[in-house]
Design a protein around this ligand. Structure first.
Ligand code: SAH
Ligand code: SF4
Ligand code: F3S
Length: 448
């Protein structure tokens, strides 16, 4: 039985909603590719869909609560339309307690599969069509990355390219090594082939993805390091930018910075999450670098690439963190001067090491620290915006911002630049002079 026969419609519609990080966005692009191949049309309208799929994130409790809320809201729709397929996939189904809850409390969820099962989506759906009972698949071990899956990319300007999956770092707060399994890299030739097809497809920006791109190639025995892969991709003929995320500071090497400095097509941007400025907390987080190591690699990057944009992730209120520890985070934020920060209040994840650490500081107190951090970062972002006034920079124009001729662009540092100009500029690189800023968005005037 195929999709059309099961749903009783020639072109049944599928709605895919993605939560979480870019890795999930990239996985959803493959899921969409598979669904299109099976005869589904993609829709943005959940209310008319024959198949609703949530690709979920487990990184913080809040993310999970949102998914449970949105899935719960489908109960009555499923009652009205028993042929509707409700699927939950991604990181949440890789957690035991989530699977149990889905099994018991959400009987109208038909299909549940984990992060290492999306390549089996077609056969899982076919099982569902035939057997007409709930299908679950999670905890599958994937030793070699599945290749050759169809991809339906969301945009036509910027493309994600997953170079590796999983994580072996086991930072003590983090659920990702449990939900995504052991680290595995795609073969060099497969990555390069996909990069070529992206460039041939006219994309202007490629973002290489992995939980820790710096450990690319471990276990492959091909002898290709991440900086080499990055450089080889940037050297493909064509006018495009390459970015990457995420870089774990413990593995960010001088070699990486040197390649970035030498190759104009590699964006001068490094997302380098430091999580905490306190060595005591870094050690309890199992991050395997010190504040001093971090400052040193940033110093090297700034020396080789003076306009490098550094962004970071921070966790506030890790179990056992004191106000003094937090102040060390604040002082590092002041010292480094990040162009952007992604800040989170610690969220306890069942099964992680830190889940068993005493956590005496109340949430309300952590929230006060968090607000303090946001205030400091606001000042730093204003300082950055001031510092680039009058500069000429290359930006990639992405889309219309409004009907009055404002366009949204980004510079190499991934900072948003508002540009006035014709819609014809969308999809193009242009040089702009920075002539102001508002709410941390730079204002640029086209000069070519
Ligand atoms: N692999 C990336 C991070 C992926 S998760 C890296 O190592 O840098 C993205 C961010 O979510 C992390 O950098 C961290 O700041 C945050 N995060 C992860 N687990 C968290 C938790 N339990 N509570 C709060 N924030 C968390
Ligand atoms: Fe999580 Fe650490 Fe792995 Fe990043 S490196 S995904 S924070 S365990
Ligand atoms: Fe979330 Fe999974 Fe990414 S937990 S952050 S979607 S790897």
């Amino acid at each position: 039985m195929n999709a059309a026969e099961y749903h009783g419609r020639l072109n049944p519609c599928a709605f895919v909603r993605t939560y979480g990080c870019q890795q999930n966005v990239a996985d959803s692009e493959k899921i969409k590719g598979i669904l299109l191949n099976m005869g589904y049309n993609l829709t943005n309208d959940e209310s008319t869909a024959d198949l609703i799929l949530f690709n979920t994130c487990a990184v913080r409790e809040h993310a999970e609560d949102r998914v449970f809320g949105n899935v719960g809201a489908l109960k009555s729709r499923k009652k009205k339309n028993p042929k509707l397929i409700v699927a939950v996939c991604g990181c949440m189904p890789e957690e035991k307690h989530v699977v149990e809850r889905l099994k018991k409390t959400f009987p109208f969820v038909d299909l549940v599969f984990g992060t290492r099962s999306f390549s089996h989506l077609e056969s899982l759906l076919k099982r569902l069509y035939l057997e007409k009972r709930r299908v679950f698949e999670y905890g599958v071990e994937e030793k070699v990355v599945a290749e050759g899956l169809p991809i339906h990319r969301d945009g036509d300007l910027k493309a994600y390219l997953s170079i590796m999956y999983g994580c072996d770092n086991f930072c003590s707060y983090c659920i990702v090594p449990y939900t995504r399994g052991r680290e595995r890299s795609r073969k060099y030739a497969d990555v390069i082939k996909e990069a070529h097809s992206i460039v041939e497809g006219g994309y202007k920006e490629i973002t290489l993805l992995g939980q820790n791109v710096n450990s690319y190639g471990k276990g492959l025995h091909e002898g290709i390091s991440f900086p080499k892969l990055l450089n080889d991709i940037a050297n493909i003929n064509g006018d495009f930018w390459v970015r990457f995320m995420t870089s774990h500071p413990k593995d960010a090497t001088r070699e990486l910075i040197d390649f970035m400095a030498k190759n104009d097509k590699i964006c001068n941007h490094i997302h380098l999450p430091f999580q905490s400025g306190s060595n005591r907390i870094l050690s309890r987080m199992n991050r395997k670098y010190t504040r001093e190591d971090y400052v040193e690699i940033v110093r090297y990057a700034r020396c080789k690439i003076p306009n490098v944009s550094i962004t970071s992730d921070i966790i506030v209120g890790f179990p056992g963190e004191t106000y003094e520890d937090f102040c060390e985070t604040l002082s590092l934020v002041k010292e480094i001067g990040f162009t952007a920060l992604f800040t989170f209040i610690y969220s306890r994840r069942t099964g992680t090491k830190a889940a068993s650490f005493p956590d005496p500081v109340p949430y309300s107190e952590k929230n006060k620290w968090f607000q303090q951090l946001l205030e400091v970062q606001k000042e730093k972002t204003s300082e950055y915006c001031e510092s680039v006034q009058g500069e000429i920079m290359r930006v990639l124009v992405e889309k219309s911002a409004d009907a009055n001729g404002h366009l949204t662009a980004r510079n190499e540092g991934n900072v948003v630049v508002d540009v006035e100009g014709d819609k014809d500029l969308i999809g193009k690189f242009v040089n702009v002079r920075i002539v102001g800023y508002k709410n941390w968005v730079l204002k640029g005037e086209v000069i070519n």
